[in-house]
Design a protein around this ligand. Structure first.
Ligand SMILES: CN1c2c(nc(N)[nH]c2=O)NC[C@@H]1CNc1ccc(C(=O)N[C@@H](CCC(=O)N[C@@H](CCC(=O)N[C@@H](CCC(=O)O)C(=O)O)C(=O)O)C(=O)O)cc1
Ligand SMILES: N[C@@H](CCS)C(=O)O
Ligand SMILES: [Zn+2]
Length: 759
């Protein structure tokens, strides 16, 4: 039992930084996809969106949250929304009739997100170290930021009309500019931050408009301050918030930071600036409290204390959290209890999960429950009193002595391949794909029916085999060199494995937005992990039996299994990764025994999980690389190990990638126009590399000529015998018509470039 302090101070209030946008049954996904197909109107889409926004506010109020955020919704992505709000639209999307009507406005908005036949979309990349993706604004010296939209004001008014006084949430100007990139036509050394003053003018106008609409407080999100680059930008930070703080016509300002501590220098700048409140993440690392002590507390600047984990699904230990908050009462005159970041990254409601084991369920909290936790903590802090021991419920302890003993018995040689082939291949520009082929509505429907027990096992298996037949025949017809089975049996590349591993639980409705309308259901890794039976061998060997060409076995690597799951916090991530790696090592051995000669272990999230600060990189890379090598280190020299990563900014981890000992690495490169290939060439990269030659996230089919151009760029930097030709990720989100034509164009482009190579 703990007694928390009370005193003559403002009552402690509660809030959250943001909430999931997709709706409890992924209503946003269905509404967008139906609009894109032309099946519903702009009005219908806007009506669904409006209902979702009001629903969130009602849910937060019902949870007891005091201060409600607005403008946390987006039809696709909030960074894109910010760019559109300030007229930062690249000229290829502008149209003479821009914004003539809502359809035209939406056409342009979604073209920026998804591309259309005339224009490739904005580059998409990871939002900090999360599995959410944002669209990268393109800016140049001729860009003129100006306020042209009114969404934050309109959503504030919409909420007010529904009876909710809200705090509009905006992406902060520093984070926006630091996440943007220089457009292709900008000079090489041009920095988007050059636009800071012009952008601040536009923010000033927006703040004035929000003030006159009745907003009393606005939240400006500056998560960039948790990165090395952001922490180093104290001069710009000071400039920005001195300027915004000095405005006379403005609401109170809350500068919110998350995804890690921001360091004492940045905190001091914020404390000394004229902003009214600062939000700090007290969960991700333990340094925020030290920072507060170093700056001698926040004094009269209100502390928005992010004590409820916004990124994991474990229940808050309310007793411990109340004790931490109790110590913070000495460091700020006024405190609001909050989440460590927006709740965008967790599923909406645990109440929907009736099939989880009760002892696990009791240890979990999703967005709604986390909102309730902030309200509870605020009450405890304000009113004092005792916190029930039950609130400290921990996940069930699930250890497996056999797994631990096997790991202890493995020597260091288990992690080192005796011979890395590194290639070169016999054929220059070997063509392949990343693994998945389109997940057709028929497949998804059949899987849903099978899950409900309405489709017998043998019928489901027959259907999957027919799909594999089709995928193999198609690849042979297209003329690809190294084939895949197409992953038709997988609902998701992480969930599929989690469903078969001990120590993992999966949810029924625990959807989280990944990008746009695409969602994932991160499984929950709560105990020691082991593999009761082979997971993929049946499908891969079936596929290999249908062709004389090599078929790649396809697995998801340990880092990615962790990155895209909610993971236990009672042991270091590296230890958990080794358990997953051991299970995968067994699967790799089974695939080899079954005669599979190419094995791909996807580490799509290796870069994503890289800590935001350099001082933590090496520790991370040590365990991340070690776990990959543990998974793959047992293969014979004749087996080709592939890996795949869905990003292109890998300058910071290129040594780590080499250390994986994979023979071939495929990476995303299309949206960043092969920038990384030149970089690898300069670095003398030794292994096989498959820079994605077209962007699978867009429905747009690339022409032979543009792929050819990319390949010619690539062969100028990389030995063609080490160059693999592939799309930049799996094809699961595409329709067959798009995928087939794109692959035919890719193979033709490779043929043309090969033909021109010196003999
Ligand atoms: C490669 N990427 C991935 C990331 N994270 C992952 N966990 N997985 C990834 O693959 N992060 C980085 C990128 C992000 N990319 C993507 C790409 C594609 C998706 C995606 O397509 N998501 C699907 C949902 C996938 C899924 O789990 N499908 C299940 C359930 C299907 C379903 O909705 N069933 C319906 C009923 C079906 C019917 O009757 O029609 C239902 O349950 O209601 C399955 O196939 O079984 C999406 O639709 O958003 C995500 C991230
Ligand atoms: N093998 C997976 C990797 C996606 S990152 C796929 O092709 O979908
Ligand atoms: Zn990928």
């Amino acid at each position: 039992m703990t007694t928390t302090p009370t005193g003559p101070r403002p009552p402690v209030r509660s809030t959250v930084h943001g909430y999931p946008r997709i709706g409890p049954r992924r209503e946003l996904k269905r509404a967008c996809e139906s609009y894109w197909k032309g099946a519903t109107s702009a009005h219908e889409l806007d009506t669904v969106a409006s209902g979702l926004r009001t629903g969130v506010l009602a849910q937060l109020r019902a949870a007891g949250v005091d201060d409600l955020p607005s403008n946390t919704f987006s039809l696709y992505d909030h960074v894109l929304d910010t760019a559109v709000l300030f007229d930062l639209v690249p000229s290829r999307f502008a149209s003479p009739a821009a914004a003539a009507d809502r359809d035209e406005e939406l056409r342009r908005y979604f073209a920026m997100a998804r591309g259309d036949q005339d224009a490739p979309p904005l580059e998409m990349t990871k939002w900090f170290d999360t599995n959410y993706h944002y669209l990268v604004p393109e800016l140049s010296p001729s860009t003129r930021p100006r306020l042209v939209g009114d969404t934050p004001v309109a959503e504030f008014r919409e909420a007010a009309a529904a009876g909710f006084h809200t705090r509009p949430v905006l992406l902060g100007p520093l984070t926006f500019l630091m996440l943007a990139k220089a457009a292709d036509d900008a000079p090489d050394d041009w920095d988007p931050l050059t636009l800071l003053d012009q952008l601040l003018d536009a923010y000033a106008r927006l703040l004035a408009e929000l003030r006159s609409a009745g907003a009393t407080e606005v939240q400006l999100d500056e998560p960039i301050l948790a990165t090395d680059e952001g922490r180093a930008a104290t001069g710009r930070l000071e400039h920005a918030y001195q300027r915004l703080g000095a405005l006379t016509e403005r609401p109170a300002l809350l500068v919110s930071t998350y995804f890690g501590s921001i360091g004492a220098p940045a905190l001091r700048v914020l404390k000394e600036s004229p902003v009214e409140a600062v939000g700090l993440d007290l969960v991700t690392d333990d340094e925020a409290v030290d920072d507060l002590v170093q700056v001698s507390g926040l004094g009269s600047t209100r502390l928005v204390a992010g004590i409820v984990d916004g990124r994991n699904v474990w229940r808050t230990d309310v007793r411990a959290a109340a004790a931490t908050l109790g110590t913070l009462l000495a460091l700020a005159d006024d405190i609001t209890v909050s989440t460590s970041c927006s709740l965008l990254h967790v599923p909406i409601d645990l109440d929907a999960e009736t099939a989880l084991p009760p002892e696990l369920r009791g240890a979990l909290a999703f967005a709604k429950q986390k909102a309730e936790e902030t309200a509870l903590l605020a009450r405890v802090l304000s009113e004092g009193g005792e916190v029930d021991d039950a609130s400290a419920t921990r996940p069930p302890s699930f250890t497996d002595a056999r797994v631990r003993a096997r790991l202890d018995a493995l020597g260091p040689q288990a992690e080192r391949r005796t011979k890395v082939r590194g290639l070169p291949t016999d054929t220059p520009l070997t063509t392949t794909t990343i693994g998945s082929f389109p997940q057709t509505p028929d497949l998804r429907r059949a899987r849903a029916a099978h899950r409900r027990g309405e489709l017998p096992d043998q019928d489901y298996t027959k259907l999957l085999r027919e799909e594999i037949d089709r995928v193999i025949a198609l690849q042979e017809d297209i003329g690809l060199d190294v084939l895949v089975h197409g992953e038709p049996e997988r609902n998701d590349m992480v969930q599929y494995f989690a469903e078969q591993l001990r120590g993992y639980a999966t949810t029924e409705y625990g959807w989280v937005q990944s990008y746009g309308s695409r969602c994932v259901r991160p499984p929950i890794l709560y105990g020691d992990v082991s593999r009761p039976a082979p997971m993929t061998v049946e499908w891969i060997t079936y596929a290999q039996g249908r062709t004389d060409k090599p078929v790649k076995g396809m697995l998801t690597g340990p880092v990615t299994m962790l990155a895209w799951s909610f993971v236990r916090t009672d042991q270091p991530l590296g230890e958990t990764a080794r358990q997953v790696a051991l299970a995968l090592r067994d699967e790799v051995a089974d695939l080899e025994r079954a005669g599979i000669r190419h094995i791909q272990v996807d580490e799509a999230a290796l870069r994503e999980l890289l800590p935001l600060r350099r001082e933590h990189h090496q520790d991370y890379l040590d365990w991340a690389v070690g776990s990959f090598r543990l998974a793959t280190g047992g293969v014979a020299p004749t087996t080709t190990v592939h890996t795949h990563m869905c990003y292109s900014e890998f300058g910071l981890i290129v040594d780590g990638i080499e250390a994986l000992d994979a023979d071939v690495t495929s990476v995303e490169a299309a949206r960043s126009r092969m920038e990384l290939v030149a970089d690898l060439g300069r670095r003398g990269y030794r292994r096989g590399i498959g820079p994605g030659v077209y962007d699978i996230h867009s429905p747009r089919v690339p022409t032979v000529e543009e792929i050819e151009e990319s390949l010619r760029l690539a062969v100028a930097h990389i030995d063609p015998h080490k160059l693999w030709v592939n799309p930049d990720c799996g094809l699961k989100t595409r329709r067959y018509a798009e995928a087939e034509q794109a692959l035919r164009n890719m193979v033709e482009a490779a043929r043309r470039v090969r033909a021109d190579l010196a003999p």
